[in-house]
Design a protein around this ligand. Structure first.
Ligand SMILES: [Zn+2]
Length: 290
């Protein structure tokens, strides 16, 4: 990841709630030249009593945060911005407990903010088409640790979640949660997201044996025989991503229910796909998406 926004830079840019509101205004309405109410070319000025901007002619009010999660909570805008800042600067994710502690909000509020931010990270994590040389691999996340007996009662562990990942070399990574590691669940994803004629590298899994028939070039390594790299054929980018994701889940959240898995994956995809973007741009993109 390139240099993230430092905490000093953050507070220099957003010293107050008003500065945050100004930023939301600039991002969402900065290009507005005419008043939507009176139709006149107008400039808008911030109001002091409410989080709104007013037309110079007809005093029509525009609320920059309308329709965003910022509008629906009583949490000050600067706290939202700071939470987003934390999400873009961390490598291992941010737990609700951590947000609660750093922001001084209730656990429930912290939990909701975290999920809202993750949702938006997922939206702009770059799910466009992949092409060129693409790695594809599947993994199992969470669930009962291997070899340990399942405990009965309240804290029954979650089932393992199956995740399929695809990453273009030097490009974007995307993941999808699937109900099971089955060809008929994996191939629609491959066909939808990877351009025909692309080269796909996988391990020896039988999931991928039809790739050539589907119009892809297929190269593979044989993990079960200890082969992890063959020239430029490997799935190490994804293996690295899986390892980082799983370690972070254990370290930061301990466990994630299958229901929320895709949101957490989206968060990590976002950071992976914007890895070479300046920290400030990562932050701005995320604010923009709200
Ligand atoms: Zn007006």
């Amino acid at each position: 990841m390139s240099k993230p926004l430092t905490i000093r830079e953050f507070f220099k840019r957003f010293p107050t709630d008003e500065d945050c509101l100004k930023h939301v205004w600039r991002v969402r309405f900065g290009k507005l030249k005419e008043c939507p109410k009176c139709g006149k070319p107008a400039s808008f000025h911030p109001l002091s009593k409410r989080p709104a901007y007013s037309c110079q002619h007809c005093a029509h009010h525009i609320y920059p945060c309308a329709g965003t999660p910022f509008e629906r909570t009583r949490t000050p805008l600067q706290l939202w911005f700071y939470a987003i800042y934390l999400f873009t600067t961390t490598r291992h994710g941010v737990s609700a407990k951590e947000l609660q502690r750093q922001l001084g909000v209730t656990y429930k509020t912290a939990w909701r903010m975290g999920h809202e931010i993750r949702k938006h990270m997922g939206k702009i994590d770059g799910d466009d088409g992949l092409s060129g040389h693409v790695e594809t691999d599947e993994t199992f996340v969470g669930g009962k640790p291997r070899g340990k007996p399942v405990r009965r009662g309240k804290h029954r562990p979650h089932k393992k979640t199956v995740v399929v990942g695809m990453v273009e070399r030097g490009g974007n990574l995307m993941t999808h949660v699937v109900p099971a590691a089955k060809k008929h669940m994996v191939f629609p994803l491959i066909n939808r997201h990877i351009a025909k004629g692309s080269r796909i590298s996988t391990d020896e899994s039988r999931l991928y044996i039809r790739l050539r028939d589907e119009g892809f070039k297929h190269t593979k390594v044989n993990h079960s025989q200890g082969q992890y790299v063959d020239g430029d054929t490997h799935v190490n980018t994804l293996e690295g991503f899986w390892a980082h994701f799983k370690n972070s889940v254990i370290g930061t959240h301990r466990a994630i229910s299958p229901k929320h898995m895709a949101k957490y994956l989206g968060e990590f995809e976002f950071r992976f796909n914007l890895r070479s973007a300046p920290g400030q741009m990562m932050f701005d993109r995320l604010i923009q998406s709200f």
